[in-house]
Design a protein around this ligand. Structure first.
Ligand code: MG
Length: 452
């Protein structure tokens, strides 16, 4: 993901847009150049722009906006809102969008991600077209009389919340008077998620819900190691649900009423179990836990497995007319709403499920099939992927394999997935079994094979 001025392997957009450090990769001229490339590429006269709370958001957003306006397009600035709130705007207006965010990355990073006019993340071939425009500097250049203008619309957060409330049984949720602790991690949902919970009649306690682009309270990745404070509060036993978002709030993770972290695959499994109807199609990447397979089998659902990456899952959902999909990291996609991960929507749906069943979250999770999904990564140390693949194939020659993405190997006790990262010189190893001891042993066996 580095800027190269020549050569064939020019690649700026990674799996989640362009990421970099302001004034390093993301210089003023780079950002305005990308803005000009976006303005030259996108259809329509108005392009929507939103951002998360990062310290450099005004800087990167202003530079990208200036670049867009140089091509004669207007920019409508939606301010600080979650990424899915921008996606909803794009879907409803048919406008192309740009979000300035580095999601869960450390605070020094920022990023530029494009949203297509149907609200989905931009296809990689369209990102490549924007890169091509950038590197060749073949921008549309407006006469001075036609330079774009900057419009502002700061009501999208409210529209987003309104839409979420309309998609659940709000009266039933309100009748339960849930007590909820929300930790927005100083990120983009600092205003929308507390507002959503209030609108759903919850008693809301906010943690880290002041916008702070330095993320001084906690790391923006909502993993248990970063949520000690929220888990501590939940352990008091005084609350029904704990919620935490990543920096741009396209994801939500949950803490049950006893203070236990609920893994993302369990959240996805709960949504599928309680929302899908017989015959529905569900889409997940090959890295998803077998818990999803089992829930789909129990409910006679069609399960489609894809390569890893939320945009791929979302596109496949559109093609297959799937109602539900998502990843194991807390990214849930609900097709009735929009074809993207949506942290606020996930919160609303989990409350809807709790209200409908009348059961606490720990009970709902306890009713799910049990699987263990472990993840590790190893440095490739310059070893090409085909060598790593051969090591794995040669170590387990008798095992069944699937190569939808990387190499998935099926063992008696479960499976292991080995796949090269799209952005870093590492290989990710996933192991899925029913038993924790089996998972650890299988992980050791696979890691050992790859180190030869
Ligand atoms: Mg995110």
């Amino acid at each position: 993901m580095s800027e190269r001025k020549s050569g064939e392997s020019r690649k700026l957009f990674g799996t989640n847009g362009i990421r970099g450090i302001p004034n390093e990769l993301l210089t003023f001229s780079f950002c305005s150049g990308i803005g000009a490339a976006i303005g030259s590429f996108a259809k329509g006269e108005i392009i929507a722009l939103a951002r998360d709370t990062r310290r450099s958001g005004d800087f990167v957003g202003s530079a990208v906006s200036a670049g867009i306006m140089s091509t004669g397009k207007n920019v409508v600035d939606l301010g600080v809102i979650p990424t899915p709130a921008l996606q909803l705007y794009c879907k409803n207006t048919g406008r192309f969008g740009v979000v300035i965010t580095a999601s869960h990355n450390p605070p020094q990073f920022n990023g530029i991600k494009c949203i297509d006019s149907d609200g989905t993340e931009l296809r990689s071939e369209d990102e490549a077209a924007i890169e091509q425009l950038y590197f060749s500097s073949t921008f549309r250049k407006s006469e001075w009389t036609g330079i774009g203008t900057l419009l502002r619309d700061h009501n999208q957060g409210e529209r987003y919340v309104e839409n979420l409330v309309s998609l659940v049984d709000a009266d039933r949720i309100r009748s339960r008077h849930f007590k909820v602790v929300i930790d927005t991690g100083n990120g983009a949902a600092y205003s929308t998620s507390p507002a959503l919970l209030t609108r759903l009649g919850c008693r809301v306690v906010s943690l880290n819900s002041n916008p702070d682009g330095l993320f001084t309270s906690r790391n923006a990745e909502p993993r248990p190691e970063n949520l000690a404070e929220l888990m501590q509060v939940m352990k008091s036993g005084r609350f029904d649900l704990g919620v935490a978002h990543d920096g741009d709030a396209d994801r939500a993770v949950f803490i049950d009423e006893k203070g236990n972290f609920v893994e993302g695959e369990n959240t996805l499994a709960l949504v599928i179990k309680h929302m899908a109807g017989s015959g529905d199609t569900i889409v997940t990447p090959v890295s998803s836990s077998d818990i999803i397979d089992e829930v789909c089998r129990e409910k006679s659902l069609n399960l489609v497995k894809t390569r890893v990456g939320a945009p791929i899952v979302a596109r496949t959902m559109i093609e297959r007319q799937a109602r539900l999909g998502g990843e194991e990291n807390g990214g849930v996609i609900i097709g009735d709403n929009q074809y993207c991960r949506d942290g606020g929507m996930t919160v609303a749906k989990i409350l809807d499920i709790m209200a409908k069943t009348g059961k606490p979250l720990s009970t709902l999770v306890g009713e799910l099939p049990r699987y263990v999904l472990l993840k590790k990564s190893i440095e490739t140390e310059g070893k090409p992927w085909n060598k790593m693949r051969k090591l794995a194939v040669d170590s387990f020659p008798a095992c069944r394999r699937d190569e939808t993405d990387g190499l998935k190997i099926f063992f008696d006790e479960g499976w292991a997935l080995i796949r090269p990262s799209g952005t870093e010189p590492i290989v990710r190893v996933y192991v899925n079994t029913r038993d924790e001891g089996d998972a650890r042993r299988l992980m050791e066996k696979v890691m050992g094979a790859l180190k030869h």
